[in-house]
Design a protein around this ligand. Structure first.
Ligand SMILES: [Zn+2]
Length: 318
């Protein structure tokens, strides 16, 4: 799972100069920018109005979106990795990991959203069928082969996104309404493509810990953002270079974040990866967290699409 984590997320890591080495001349271009250039740099994708409703369905106090980035071999294949051992380790997410998570969701009778790449869906039809079996869960788009959008040209990003949408639409019988960028990384073109392809919501950005509408160059886009966060996922802690010896502390953090969302009456989005959290030890803590959330009154477990649709209804376009 560590190798997969490397392929999956390290592409997002910026290149830093070595400590003590020469500092590249172009390493701090922002130091030369004018105020206008600084404003233009942040304008294409900005947080707009908050969308937290006055009340959630059935007077629930909080909405909970359990989301899973169900990456298997796609990030490795993207980089041309064909080592059978490495690939076999990545199958864990499809086989043991997803199965264990689906069994937990079935016991608890709650929905979840699975963001899947086209290639992982293609390689694991049994995984997709298992996700779809209950009719309760949502499948969202997570790229074609876990491509890293900032390194693609506009046409190439669209070509791969179209392939992913087409494949997942055929495989699930339903056009996906939710998008989560591979490695959570937007290119300068990603937001335009999300709008062009008619997605209801995105779940890749992190500007607030409550839902909001994405703005682009001062204009409201109508795209709902179900924001995520690097602390509300497990790969930096339990994956490669993970700094946490036990999942216990991490799931304590999740529980306290949920308590805060419950208190504020907003939204709690958790993002886990079956190839990491589907292992036995984290599953014990995930089971306990879900049981805890279920024990509280007024918790609405919903898919990303159910939440985004409700937010659209309660926040009509201005
Ligand atoms: Zn991913």
């Amino acid at each position: 799972m560590k190798t997969l984590y490397a392929a999956c997320l390290m592409a997002a890591a910026p290149a830093f100069a070595q400590p003590g080495g020469p500092v590249p001349q172009q390493s701090q271009p922002g130091t030369q920018w004018t105020e206008q250039q600084i404003r233009e740099a942040v304008a294409p994708v900005r947080a707009g109005r908050k969308l937290t409703p006055k009340s959630w369905p059935n007077h629930a106090r909080v909405a909970v979106c359990l989301s899973f980035d169900d990456d298997t071999e796609a990030p490795l294949l993207r980089d041309g990795t064909t080592s059978p051992t490495t690939l076999s380790a990545s199958e864990f997410g499809a086989l043991s990991g997803t199965a264990r998570i689906l069994a937990m969701l079935e016991r608890q009778q709650i929905p979840a959203t699975f963001f899947v790449t086209g290639v992982d869906a293609l390689l694991h039809p049994e995984m997709l069928a298992a996700i779809l079996k209950s009719g309760r869960h949502e499948v969202g788009v997570h790229g074609w082969i876990h491509e890293f959008p900032p390194r693609l040209g506009e046409g190439e990003e669209e070509r791969l996104l179209d392939k992913a949408i087409d494949y997942l639409t055929k495989a699930t019988g339903k056009r996906p309404l939710g998008y989560r960028a591979p490695s959570w990384a937007f290119s300068p073109h990603t937001l335009d493509l999300i709008r062009k392809k008619g997605f209801l919501y995105d779940s890749s950005l992190q500007a607030m810990d409550e839902p909001y509408e994405i703005m682009s160059n001062g204009q409201a886009t109508g795209v709902v953002e179900l924001a995520i966060d690097w602390t509300l996922t497990e790969t930096p802690y339990l994956g490669q270079n993970g700094r946490m010896p036990s999942p216990e502390l991490l799931f304590q953090l999740y529980r306290e974040e949920f308590d805060g969302a419950y208190h504020e009456g907003t939204l709690f989005v958790l993002t886990l990866h079956p190839y990491v959290s589907g292992h036995r030890a984290p599953m014990q803590h995930l089971n306990a967290l879900v049981a805890y959330m279920k024990s509280k009154p007024g918790v609405w477990f919903a898919t990303g699409t159910q939440i985004a649709q409700y937010l659209k209804e309660t926040n009509p376009a201005k």
